[in-house]
Ligand binder design. Structure first.
Ligand code: 13P
Length: 245
């Protein structure tokens, strides 16, 4: 899978223009393609991309089902737009909006209950990598929000390893660092759910992945694609990354 995460970029008209470019360019991709857009774009973009190989993701959803939560957008509302995926646990949500493992656990459950497939982000910050604590951090993130799920529900999750020090910084994990962590994540999934589920789990890499380094990252055995920020905002770059998969 190659998934884009537009973050808080593009107004509605610009988003429709980008989705239209992608619709015309991504006609027969060799992998699953998803674009994550701001909430207000979802209904229009999902309609525009209906019948194409491109699926649409929200970048977040509420941790409550419905009711008096002014300004929030529920998983059910997201699903009603035609979006099929939901990015959850992005490091920017964890850091700036104080999303804890427990909150994310609720979001994952609500997404699944409403037929959305979570793209769940995990990854360590720079200080944790420098202290060689990346494995314990990622393990705690999986255990805190996902490992309570049944094997059937876990099978609907796509994981995205995004080392926080690599996001938007131009610093990419080396292919070796990515493969090491992806293999470790897969081993944790195997321990919890068995080898078959682990083999079937899609684990994306994210963090300054672009059209120049994508092929080298995707060549690793345990790197099953990418979650792309900045480079997903330019159709030619995003398409080159899809072609690298
Ligand atoms: P960049 O590709 O801009 O580093 O962002 C990665 C990311 O956070 C995707 O979710």
């Amino acid at each position: 899978m190659v998934a884009g995460n537009w973050k808080m970029n593009k107004n509605l008209q610009e988003g429709v223009a980008l989705a239209t470019e992608l619709k015309n360019m991504v006609t027969n991709p060799a992998c699953k393609v998803v674009i994550g857009t701001p909430f207000i774009h979802l209904a229009t973009v999902a309609e525009l991309l209906k019948g194409t190989p491109i699926e649409v993701a929200a970048e977040n959803c509420a941790d409550k089902e419905k009711g008096a939560f002014t300004g929030e957008v529920s998983a059910e509302m997201v699903r009603s737009t035609g979006a099929t995926y939901c990015i959850l646990g992005h490091s920017e949500r964890r850091a700036y909006y104080h999303e804890t493992a427990a909150i994310l656990k609720d979001k994952v459950e609500l997404a699944l209950q409403n037929g959305l497939k979570p793209i769940f982000c995990i990854g360590e910050v720079k200080e944790e990598r420098e202290a060689n604590r990346q494995n314990e951090v990622v393990k705690a993130q999986l255990e805190g929000s996902l490992f309570h799920l049944s094997a059937e529900d876990f099978g609907k999750i796509t994981l995205a390893y995004e080392p926080v020090w690599a996001i938007g910084t131009g610093l990419t994990a080396t292919p070796q660092q990515a493969e090491e962590m992806h293999a470790y994540i897969r081993s944790l999934v195997a321990e919890r759910y068995g080898k078959q589920v682990a083999d079937d789990t899609t684990i994306l890499y994210g963090g300054s992945c672009n059209e120049k380094n994508a092929a080298e990252l995707f060549a690793n055995e345990d790197v099953d694609g990418g979650l792309i920020g900045g480079a997903s905002l330019i159709a030619e770059k995003f398409c080159a990354i899809i072609a690298a998969r």
